[in-house]
Design a protein around this ligand. Structure first.
Ligand code: NAG
Ligand code: NAG
Ligand code: NAG
Ligand code: NAG
Length: 460
């Protein structure tokens, strides 16, 4: 909670961000009641710290001697810190705190415990840099009467009243100010939502709020759009992005956060990977390797022209290129990916030049398993069914796809899966903030969107 550091770089980046007019792929982050319990749990210590205000010397004008009396705040204990949502507004805060003071009166010091109840309403809105902003709109401190702690000798009731009034007057001003300062620190932290996160070496993702939050008595829901950048340029989907709405009652009950990811987000991420060339790969056979079938003598057994052209065995390379963007399909409990790579089969000739033998249009259907680690959505794939092959061109005469299929299955599937899984394993950053992680996440696949139900963990 008490985030003293200023994340200036993020603020700077936010200012440099061009205002993107077009609708960008949507995500929805819904923070449920459980998150408020967590905030009060982790926020109690910083709150106690923030409420430790100093009290100036007490001047008792009724006494003969105008001796200033020092008052020290010994301790602030918050036994009760409760937060709840207020529909269409924000969050109400109720704090019960016991302040222990030491009054350095002559001849003997006096210890007092003053119970205070603080009530504050915090509005949650959208800030100018498209992050959530919390502001205290009303704050009251209600005081109980102070109790003199055991061990302190008897005190004249008159003095007790005067000292108490002095302390209350100070606290009435300072406590609400402390709460406001705490909230300012929180806002700095909330501002890190728009941080730029790497997706790959030359690509990034940035999230930002698109409109004011929707708040009910049960949750606060944020529309957060994602912009993916490749070499500093935003990735724009060829089709119109649709406004993503997260239906109620999705995901797991009682989770702190329910995060909805639209089909558009998946499409954009795949378009980014394709444009970046990250999905392309070369699969090269090693000669003299028992388990690698990629050489011209193996191909020559299936295609006579290859055997004729390469009397000496030569290594073969599969150049896998993705001209078309992979398609992710999200069905209830089932996410799949379809890749349509173009595969060119080349032989390495004796002077190390490549000679194109033939090429295939390939269709691969993959099962996509999604998981979340810390702040990243990751994927793992496995091949569904048979790989579909169509000969696209040939420099070596007739190529029988039925004969080629077992060979392609063996030499192509594993390297492709390894490559894809390494790539999808790096993952894509989900909406988050500095030091905030997803914990015990569960991923649900629905028709056209994905939901993550998760706990949140704040860890410095
Ligand atoms: C602190 O406050 C609680 C409730 O606000 C009260 O029940 C408790 O007795 C207080 N403790 C002390 C030491 O005064
Ligand atoms: C907020 O409410 C508006 C209007 O009802 C709706 O279009 C939008 O999808 C809602 N957003 C969230 C995050 O619930
Ligand atoms: C070609 O591949 C086969 C099958 O892996 C292997 O037995 C053979 O030794 C390879 N030929 C050369 C020259 O590497
Ligand atoms: C998911 O859908 C694909 C294509 O419709 C199907 O082949 C696959 O078996 C399904 N997987 C599950 C786990 O239902």
């Amino acid at each position: 909670m008490a985030m003293a550091q200023a994340y200036r770089l993020d603020l700077l980046l936010a200012l440099l961000l061009p205002v993107v007019g077009a609708l960008m792929p949507g995500t929805v982050v819904r923070l449920n009641e459980a998150v408020l319990s967590y905030v009060s749990e982790i926020g109690t210590a910083p709150l106690q710290q923030a409420l430790r205000v100093t009290v100036p010397y007490f001047l008792d004008w009724n006494e003969e001697v105008h001796q200033p009396t020092r008052i020290q705040t010994l301790n602030v204990h918050v036994p009760h810190f409760h937060l709840k949502f207020i529909a269409d507004f924000g969050v109400r805060m109720l704090v019960a705190a016991n302040f222990t003071f030491k009054v350095f009166r002559v001849p003997e010091p006096l210890k007092l415990v003053l119970p205070v109840v603080l009530l504050a309403d915090a509005q949650v809105a959208q800030g100018s840099i498209r992050t959530p902003v919390v502001s205290i709109s009303a704050c009251f401190a209600l005081f109980n009467s102070a109790a003199v702690l055991d061990g302190s000798t008897s005190v004249a009731p008159g003095l007790l009243v005067l000292v108490q009034n002095h302390i209350k007057a100070v606290l009435r001003n300072k406590l609400c100010l402390s709460i406001s300062n705490l909230v300012q620190g929180l806002n700095v932290h909330l501002g890190t939502l728009i941080g730029l996160n790497p997706v790959g070496p030359e690509s990034q993702i940035r999230y930002s709020m698109t409109n004011a939050p929707n708040i009910t008595k049960d949750y606060i829901s944020l529309d957060i759009s994602a912009i993916l950048f490749l070499l500093g340029k935003p990735i724009v989907l060829p089709v119109d992005v649709t406004h993503f709405v997260l239906p109620p009652n999705v995901g797991a009950d009682g989770a702190m956060a329910t995060v909805g990811l639209s089909q558009d987000l998946f499409d954009s991420a795949l378009l980014l990977l394709q444009k970046a060339g990250a999905l392309n790969l070369d699969i090269t056979g090693q000669l003299k390797s028992e388990d690698n079938l990629l050489n011209t003598s193996v191909l020559g057994q299936l295609i006579p022209e290859v055997a004729r052209r390469f009397p000496e065995p030569m290594p073969v390379t599969l150049k896998v290129r993705l001209g078309a963007t992979p398609v992710a399909t999200l069905r209830t409990n089932n996410a799949t990916l379809q890749l349509q790579p173009f595969v060119e089969v080349q032989a390495v000739t004796s002077n190390s030049a490549f000679q194109s033998l033939f090429s295939f249009d390939v269709v691969v259907n993959l099962d996509l398993q999604l998981s979340v680690s810390k702040v990243k959505l990751q994927g793992t794939t496995s091949v569904l069914g048979d790989i579909q092959l169509t000969v696209s061109s040939s420099n070596v005469g007739f190529v029988d796809t039925n004969q080629m299929r077992p060979l392609m299955d063996t030499v192509f599937k594993r390297p492709l899966l390894d490559h894809l899984n390494a790539l999808l394993g790096m993952g894509i950053t989900l909406p988050s903030m500095v030091n905030l992680y997803y914990i015990n996440p569960e991923v649900f696949v629905y028709e056209g969107y994905v939901v993550i139900s998760s706990g949140l963990l704040y860890q410095r």
